[in-house]
Design a protein around this ligand. Sequence first.
Ligand code: GDP
Ligand code: MG
Length: 177
Amino acid sequence: ADSFDDECDYLFKAVLIGDSAVGKSNLLSRFSRDEFRLDSKPTIGVEFAYRNIKVGDKLIKAQIWDTAGQERFRAITSSYYRGALGALLVYDITRRATFENLKKWLRELRDFGKPDMVIVLVGNKSDLGHSREVDEEEGKTLAETEGLCFMETSALENLNVEEAFLHMITKIHEVTS
Ligand code: GDP
Ligand code: MG
């Protein structure tokens, strides 16, 4: 470990899940490096990024795993979820099918994730209001039914991205301390 690791109080692992092209990789690059790509390629293999966050007087190192094409490579599922304390479950507000598929993702989370995992439901691409196919109310309602936190975000316009990740990380801190 480098000296910075030694100064960290906690290391949290969290995962990004949801259908292909909902914006998971761009949410992560926005959060970890403040970058966005219009032409982003599907992620192949496992990728993760770190960011250090101060919560109260504790320094938390958040290690966020990107689904890395897990939509296709089912075999990595159990290692992907192993040890994860939180998840951002992402859909695209302009594609109804990505919202309908949330049931499938929630089942997978319950099969492979820890029971007390902190899950934040994220409706991404809120900048594309004119082609919206899922009302904000529907996201809210689903989140309430399933006991999740909920937020609409735009990785493109950098709206609520920081909030979504920080909400998850703060909650994890509450649950684990
Ligand atoms: P992933 O497959 O879930 O990782 O999705 P990507 O992050 O690769 O994004 C898929 C596509 O959606 C790319 O063309 C992105 O530029 C675009 N995208 C991602 N987030 C947003 C957003 O908030 N708004 C808009 N308009 N496009 C986005
Ligand atoms: Mg990706």
